[in-house]
Design a protein around this ligand. Structure first.
Ligand SMILES: *Cc1c(COP(=O)(O)O)cnc(C)c1O
Length: 416
């Protein structure tokens, strides 16, 4: 692309263009961080007001029934299910990814312990998001049964890491740092061929790329709602378990919300015989209620249309950075092949942190991940092709004029 007018023409022909108006985007900002915290849907403010003033304020405790609070984790789970190839009653919205990983990892290990107690290995990737690895490490220590975390450095090493000692694999579909996407179908087949269970983390996939969990026959999945699903800061995560596994095992956080009859107030834990078994305690209703608003936007389109635009946006971004910022020190860290690319693009730069701060000061918001990686997320629901053009021009200016050298761009906050 040689001219901004070409980007404007693509925007005029974009079938998703009208959805942008449903988001409360700050004016003058190009937001390329929807992979970390999605933009607020405009409907969220009114929904928060309703939950706080009417449901909590006026109706108080009656709202557990009358406003459907108690049913929210399942109702939202069913609403999210089609986006990830899940069926009704296979998903609940609850807790965080970290907590849900603890639940499904330990449940999976227990299932394997009953089938084949020699399987004591959890396979994952060294480049996985750290919390996934931390949770596995903590669980292994807690169980104290000689479990082991086996980390691979390249997906090509997976077949070699899969032996008859492997209980479960825990892979993230789209890598948080590089945007590299796994072939979920092929890897799930390899994992099953060795007798292990396949757990997928969909943090950077749900709402970003088409996922077909039942189609590939995966065993468990977790993901969050505050990234591409636009649920709000700290909105609860989700956990998927297919029908075939739901009664097969127990999860360790056996709280009353996972009981088959929570209000029977029985002293004995009896797990629900459905996906409700993965709930633990009282849910954060105010935050959870807003997940509805993000999901409502997805009901107006489909993941194929979102994927088409996502690839067009990331293709354009890569092309423009490589042509217009050529020789300015950026190196593509994301695969070029569509089948290996999620919905964000990363470039390495030796002064990546300062470059990103300088860019943010110009109201182009992406983020930075160690080491040296500039991340740019592309959310097709609210981004325009012209935004891609403008963001690259700003990036070129920051680099060509070395604006990032200003001392204020070296200071680091607690969150990068
Ligand atoms: C964002 C992200 C998380 C976040 O986990 P929380 O417990 O919800 O904070 C976990 N795993 C991956 C792969 C992520 O990208």
């Amino acid at each position: 692309m040689k001219d901004r007018n070409e980007a404007l023409a693509l925007d005029r022909a974009d079938p998703l263009a009208a959805l942008r108006d449903q988001f409360a985007l700050p004016s003058g900002t190009i937001y390329l961080d929807g992979n970390s915290l999605g933009v607020a849907p405009k409907a969220a403010a009114a929904r928060a007001q309703q939950v706080i003033a009417a449901e909590w304020g006026d109706d108080l405790i009656r709202s557990w029934n009358s406003a459907g609070w108690f049913a929210l984790p399942r109702r939202l789970g069913n609403k999210l299910a089609p986006l990830i190839g899940a069926a009704d009653n296979e998903v609940v919205v609850t807790d965080t990814i970290s907590v849900n990983l603890f639940k499904v990892l330990s449940a999976g290990l227990r299932m394997q312990q009953m089938r084949d107690p020699q399987r004591r290995v959890i396979v994952s990737e060294r480049s996985n998001f750290p919390t996934d690895l931390y949770i596995a490490q903590g669980l292994i220590e807690q169980l104290d049964r000689g479990y082991e975390l086996r980390l691979i450095d390249d997906p090509a090493d997976l077949p070699a890491a899969l032996g008859d000692d492997v209980a479960i694999s825990m892979l993230t579909h789209v890598n948080y740092r590089t945007g590299r996407m796994h072939d979920m179908q092929t890897l799930t087949r390899q994992i099953h061929a060795c007798g292990a269970l396949a757990l997928w983390d969909l943090a950077h996939s749900a709402g970003a790329v088409p996922v077909d969990l039942n189609g590939v026959g995966a065993d468990f999945a977790v993901g969050c709602t505050y990234k591409y699903l636009n649920g709000g800061p700290g909105s609860p995560a989700f956990v998927w378990v297919p029908q075939r596994h739901q009664r097969a095992f127990s999860q360790p956080l056996s709280g009353w919300w996972g009981h088959s009859a929570p209000f029977a107030m029985s002293p004995d834990y009896r797990p629900a015989d459905d996906i409700g078994r993965f709930l633990c305690g009282t849910q954060p209703i105010v935050s959870m209620a807003l997940v509805d608003c993000g999901l409502d936007v997805f009901l107006q389109t489909d993941m194929q249309a979102i994927r088409r635009k996502s690839l067009a946006l990331t293709d354009l971004f890569i092309e423009l950075v490589e042509t217009r910022c050529a020789g300015l020190g950026l190196e593509l860290a994301t695969p070029r092949g569509h089948a290996q690319r999620g919905s964000h693009v990363s470039f390495a730069h030796p002064h990546g942190y300062a470059v990103m701060q300088a860019l943010i000061a110009r109201h182009v918001i992406g983020d930075y991940r160690e080491p040296h990686v500039l991340r740019f997320g592309f959310t097709p629901l609210y981004l325009r092709y012209a935004d891609v053009w403008d963001a690259v021009e700003m990036l070129r200016d920051v680099l060509a004029n070395e604006q990032w050298r200003a001392p204020e761009f070296a200071a680091r906050g607690a969150v990068t």
